[in-house]
Design a protein around this ligand. Structure first.
Ligand code: FES
Length: 106
């Protein structure tokens, strides 16, 4: 995982790589997740056009779609397809794909 400041505040949205693939890393109220790097509506990049509000909602500022960062579910269209969401954890100061046995919560 690319270096991300793990002390960053809720609402942080940054572009990164996970397993060699581009993702968007987001801090929501419950922790960190990696989601698709592009909106499922028309592929706007969340790294540039994404914004978090209400603790768990990722909005795409291109056309206004909204997604639940806990599940990937579409909350508001025009997007119709859910995001892929991978929970992350902080391990020794770095973000890693969540492993229930070896994590510390931010
Ligand atoms: S590309 Fe995200 S809402 Fe259209």
């Amino acid at each position: 995982m690319a270096d991300v400041d793990t002390s960053a505040s809720v609402g942080t949205v940054v572009s990164a790589e996970l397993d060699g693939l581009p993702v968007t890393v987001v801090r929501h109220e419950g922790g960190w997740v990696a989601v698709d790097d592009e909106c499922t509506h028309a592929a706007c990049p969340f790294g540039a056009d994404g914004e978090v509000f209400d603790g768990y909602v990722l909005a795409c500022n291109c056309h206004g779609s909204e997604f639940d960062l806990r599940t990937g579910e579409v909350l508001l269209g025009p997007a119709e397809r859910a995001l892929t969401v991978r929970p992350l954890a902080v391990l020794e100061g770095r973000l890693v794909v969540a492993d229930v046995d070896a994590t510390e919560r931010p």
